[in-house]
Ligand binder design. Structure first.
Ligand code: BGC
Length: 370
C-alpha cells in the first residue's frame, strides 16, 4: 500500500514531463515527437537544395511551430517513405519539392488523405488534385533570361547554338525550356543561331510555340537529367560529332549551374572552340567563382530566402486557420494550383559582387578574385 502511494506521484511527474515535452516546439523534430510542418527536399547531392535546407533552418528559428526537414536523395520511393514518416508525426502542412513531379502524386495523395495541406515547393507535383498550393520562382522568366543572355552576346550570324535541358521528370525543365525557346526560336529563324546538337530542335525550328509533346521530344534528346556527369558526357559526344563549322565562337543554353560548369569545362578543353557563352541558374557558390574567373558567363539568381519565407508564411497561415496569399495559378494537368511566384535576377561578372555579396547573400571571403 505504502509503495503504490509513492509510485503514483512519480508516475504523474513522468507523465507531465512527457506532455510538456511534446507541447514544446521542437525545431529538430526528434524521432517520436510531433511535428507541425514537414519539409521534403529532393537531394543533398546538389548544392541548390543544401542552400534551401540552410535557408529553411535559418528562417524556422523564428516560428512558434515545429518542423522537420528530410531529403529524398534522388529517389521517389525514399520521398514517399519520408512523407509517410512525417504523416506519422502528425504534421499539418507538408512542404515538398518533388524528385519526380508525376511520381510524387502518390505521396501528396497520402498526405491529403491524412488531412494534411500540401505545398508544392519550387517544382510542381503534377497530375493530381492533392496539391493545395505552389510556391516557386518565375521559371519561364528563368529560361527567357538564359536565352536573352545568349542573344545579347551573339557574335555575327549563323553562330552554333548548343541546347541542353533539365530532367523530363521535372515540370520546371519544361518551363525553363519554354521560356528559352520563346527567345531563341526567332533568332534561329532569322539566322543569328544555327542549332548544333539536336535534330529534334532542328525539325521544330520554325515552330514558335511548342506543345508539351514537341518540347518533350527536344528535352529527351538534350536532357542532362540535372546530372553534371550526364551533361559532361553529352557535351563530349556532341563536340566529338560536331563539324568544323559547328565550332569556333559558340553559345550554349545550359539549364542550371551544376550542368553549366561541367559543360563549360568540356567546351573549354576543345581547342577548336574559340569562345563560348554559357548560361546557368541557381547562383551556386562554385558557379559564382566560375563567373568571377570568366569560366561561366551568367547565372540566374533565385533568392532562396524569398522562396523559403513565402512557403513558411503560407504554412503559418494554414496553421493559424487563415487563407494564404497567392498571386496566380499554375495548372498541374489536373488542377489550377493557387501559386505564389517570386522574381529572379540575372547575374554575370559585371554585377556579381553587388547582387550576391553586397546584398548579404554570400560573404566575400567565400570567393577569390572578387
Ligand atoms: C530547380 C533548379 C535546379 C534543378 C536541379 C529545378 O527544378 O528549379 O533550381 O537547379 O531543379 O535540381
Amino acid at each position: 500500500m505504502k509503495r503504490s502511494l509513492k509510485a503514483i506521484p512519480l508516475l504523474l511527474v513522468v507523465m507531465m514531463f512527457a506532455v510538456l515535452a511534446s507541447a514544446c516546439g521542437n525545431n529538430s523534430g526528434g524521432s517520436g515527437s510531433k511535428v507541425d510542418v514537414g519539409i521534403v527536399l529532393p537531394t543533398k547531392d546538389e548544392p541548390r537544395w543544401v542552400q534551401d535546407e540552410q535557408r529553411f533552418t535559418d528562417a524556422l528559428k523564428d516560428t512558434k511551430y515545429s518542423s522537420e526537414i528530410l531529403f529524398s536523395q534522388g529517389s521517389s520511393a525514399k520521398e514517399k517513405e519520408n512523407v509517410e514518416a512525417l504523416i506519422a508525426k502528425d504534421i499539418k502542412v507538408l512542404i515538398i519539392c518533388p524528385q519526380d513531379g508525376d511520381a510524387a502524386a502518390a505521396a501528396a495523395e497520402a498526405a491529403k488523405k491524412a488531412g494534411i495541406q500540401v505545398i508544392s515547393y519550387d517544382r510542381l507535383i503534377t497530375n493530381t488534385d492533392a496539391v493545395n498550393y505552389y510556391v516557386s520562382f518565375d521559371s519561364i522568366a528563368v529560361g527567357k533570361a538564359q536565352a536573352q543572355y545568349l542573344v545579347d552576346h551573339a557574335k555575327g550570324s549563323g553562330q552554333p547554338l548548343y541546347l541542353y535541358a533539365g530532367a523530363a521528370s521535372d515540370n520546371n525543365a519544361f518551363l525553363f525550356f519554354q521560356g528559352a525557346w520563346s527567345v531563341l526560336q526567332p533568332k534561329i529563324a532569322d539566322g543569328t543561331f544555327t542549332i548544333a546538337n539536336s535534330s529534334e530542335a532542328v525539325a521544330l525550328k520554325d515552330t514558335a510555340e511548342l506543345t508539351r509533346e514537341q518540347e518533350s521530344k527536344i528535352i529527351s534528346q538534350v536532357t542532362t537529367n540535372w546530372d553534371p556527369n550526364e551533361a559532361k558526357n553529352k557535351a563530349q559526344t556532341h563536340l566529338t560529332a560536331a563539324a568544323a563549322d559547328q565550332k569556333g565562337d559558340v553559345v550554349i543554353l545550359a539549364p542550371n549551374d551544376g550542368t553549366a560548369r561541367s559543360i563549360a569545362d568540356v567546351f573549354a578543353s576543345d581547342t577548336a572552340i574559340t569562345s563560348f557563352v554559357v548560361s546557368g541558374q541557381d547562383a551556386e557558390k562554385a558557379s559564382v567563382q566560375y563567373i568571377i574567373d570568366g569560366k561561366q558567363s551568367m547565372t540566374v539568381f533565385k533568392d532562396v530566402r524569398n522562396l523559403v519565407k513565402d512557403s513558411i508564411s503560407m504554412a503559418v497561415s494554414i496553421l493559424d486557420g487563415k487563407t494564404p496569399e497567392t498571386t496566380g495559378i499554375n495548372n498541374n494537368g489536373k488542377l489550377d494550383v493557387p501559386t505564389k511566384q517570386t522574381d529572379v535576377q540575372v547575374v554575370d561578372k559585371d554585377n556579381v559582387k553587388a547582387a550576391l555579396v553586397d546584398s548579404g547573400y554570400y560573404e566575400a571571403k567565400e570567393f577569390t578574385g572578387l
